[in-house]
Write a protein that binds this ligand. Structure first.
Ligand SMILES: [Zn+2]
Length: 274
């Protein structure tokens, strides 16, 4: 029995050795390792692709998010000096385009030369007086009362104006940026821009002007005299300012008619010209 067991073990060892030698000859034992390496390489390659895909996916949303995270009242990072001279009726002055601090019109006269009420206290460029006079005369004929409550503001006056609005809003800069331009960015520095009011609202300045007969008359007729509303309703994201029904800029009758015909707001019309 013992002999039998020893003989069987010997035969088994020979058999195992034979099998192992066959496997070694055909290099069969490497196959699982190669497959393992291939899997590994596939994982690595997949990882690289996945990494690249995820980095692309991470980039695309950022590119989409840039405009939406930029709030409409904020100033762009890169602010440029106006491409046209301040004397040019079509110079683009906005949050991205700044007038030089030294720019001041040389032909400022009292707004009262146009016959507008309260005009003694405000200055406008002489180039707009004749058309403003026609506007006031025709409005008066239509039973409309118009007064002026702001006009030319120097760079330094605008600095004070903007500081006032920041202070008024308890130091809230974004609150001020929605309603008041920083110095150099105001159309009022041009001397061709004025804020209207009316005896309908006691010559006050602000949103109460929107529903006056005077405001509605201007919406229908201002362009005939060369004036355009600067910050229209619903275009805050384009202009960077809240709706101002009282704020009009003179660009000349020919330009105002062209702008009206194009259907563009002042901001877009001027962007096309600068
Ligand atoms: Zn204004």
């Amino acid at each position: 029995m013992l002999w039998y067991n020893q003989h069987m073990i010997k035969l088994l060892n020979i058999f195992i050795s034979f099998i192992l030698s066959i496997l070694t000859f055909f290099n069969v034992t490497d196959l699982p390792q190669d497959e393992g390496m291939d899997d590994g390489e596939e994982i690595v390659i997949s990882g690289v692709i996945n990494t690249e895909e995820s980095s692309i996916e991470n980039t695309e949303p950022e590119e989409i998010l840039i405009p939406s995270t930029s709030n409409w009242w904020e100033y762009p990072t890169n602010i440029e000096e106006c491409s046209r001279n301040g004397n040019d009726l079509l110079v683009l002055v906005n949050k991205g385009n700044q007038l030089p601090s030294t720019y001041k019109p040389t032909d400022l006269v009292k707004a009262s030369n146009s016959g507008i009420r309260r005009g003694e206290s405000y200055l406008l460029r002489s180039i707009i007086i004749n058309d403003l006079k026609d506007l006031i005369d025709d409005a008066t004929s239509d039973g409309i009362d118009l007064s002026i409550v702001s006009a030319y503001r120097s760079y330094s006056t605008q600095e004070s104006t903007y500081r006032y609005w920041v202070s008024y809003n308890g130091g809230c800069v974004s609150c001020a940026d929605k309603i008041s331009a920083r110095a150099g960015h105001s159309q009022h520095q041009l001397g061709t821009t004025l804020d209207f009011s009316s005896n309908e609202i006691g010559d006050s300045l602000g949103s109460q002007f929107t529903n006056t007969k005077a405001s509605k008359w201007l919406v229908s007729n201002a362009y005939k005299y060369g004036f355009a509303i600067g910050y229209p309703q619903g275009y805050e994201s384009v202009t960077g300012y809240s709706f101002e029904s009282w704020h009009y800029r003179y660009i000349g009758k020919v330009n105002a008619l062209e702008m009206k015909s194009s259907g563009m707001i002042l901001e877009m019309y001027l962007r096309g010209k600068n």
